[in-house]
Design a protein around this ligand. Structure first.
Ligand code: SF4
Length: 208
């Protein structure tokens, strides 16, 4: 583990956030499965990192109740209900858009289930590749808005103003003329409850 990562984990400790480092994807998946009990219900927000690890598939396969808004065949209302229930599950899983070296975590959200789940679920597990680390909160917000969100719009085929060329045009990005993905921004600076929020930092590039 390099010094920058050791310092980041110490910075999380000061903020009442539990940071755990794993070298690779397999170890990260084992860690997540070890943290979440079989009896727990789980909510999550869409994440390339979670997809890459196959977390939802593993949880569903071993019998956890997973509120999955992306399940094939769900109507829009059913998918929104899964989001609502997921935000109140025993455990909530998410990937951050960016992590500052000082320990702040940044999450952008469209519907708000993601910000709700991360803010208030009883237990939260955040999984981040080392590619998400930037020097400070300004860079974290910039990364989230100008890099990660346009790629997410592309991935999910949201026809936002950044969709055609990846350039954010937030000054015109409002309904009804335009669809917008950056509707809510959550910055976690610290936690009140010890161990409520765990970050599994993976020594690989994961997601974007
Ligand atoms: S504010 Fe709009 S244009 Fe800018 S990144 Fe978000 S969705 Fe794209």
């Amino acid at each position: 583990m390099d010094r920058k990562i050791e310092q980041l984990i110490r910075n999380w400790q000061k903020r009442n956030i539990t940071g755990v480092y794993t070298e690779g994807k397999e170890a990260a998946l084992d860690k997540i499965m070890g943290i979440i009990p079989l009896s727990a219900s789980v909510g999550f927000s869409g994440s390339v990192t979670l997809d890459t690890l196959g977390v939802v598939r593993y949880l569903e396969g071993r019998g956890n109740t997973v509120f999955n808004p992306y399940k094939a065949g769900l109507s829009r209302d059913e998918s929104m209900e899964q989001r609502r229930e997921g935000a109140q599950a025993d455990y909530y899983l998410a990937g951050p858009n960016a992590v500052s070296e000082k320990g702040e975590l940044v999450f952008f959200s469209a519907f708000g289930n993601r910000t709700a789940g991360i803010s208030y679920a009883k237990n939260v597990v955040v999984i981040a590749g080392v590619n998400k680390i930037v020097p400070d909160i300004q860079e974290a917000l910039k990364r989230s808005r100008e890099y990660a969100t346009p790629l997410n719009c592309k991935r999910l085929e949201w026809n936002t103003p950044c969709f055609p060329d990846g350039i954010c045009r937030q000054e015109i990005c409002f309904f009804p003329e335009h669809k917008r993905m950056c509707c809510q921004i959550l910055i976690i600076e610290a936690e009140v409850t010890p161990d409520r929020l765990k970050v599994i930092l993976v020594g690989e590039n994961l997601g974007f």
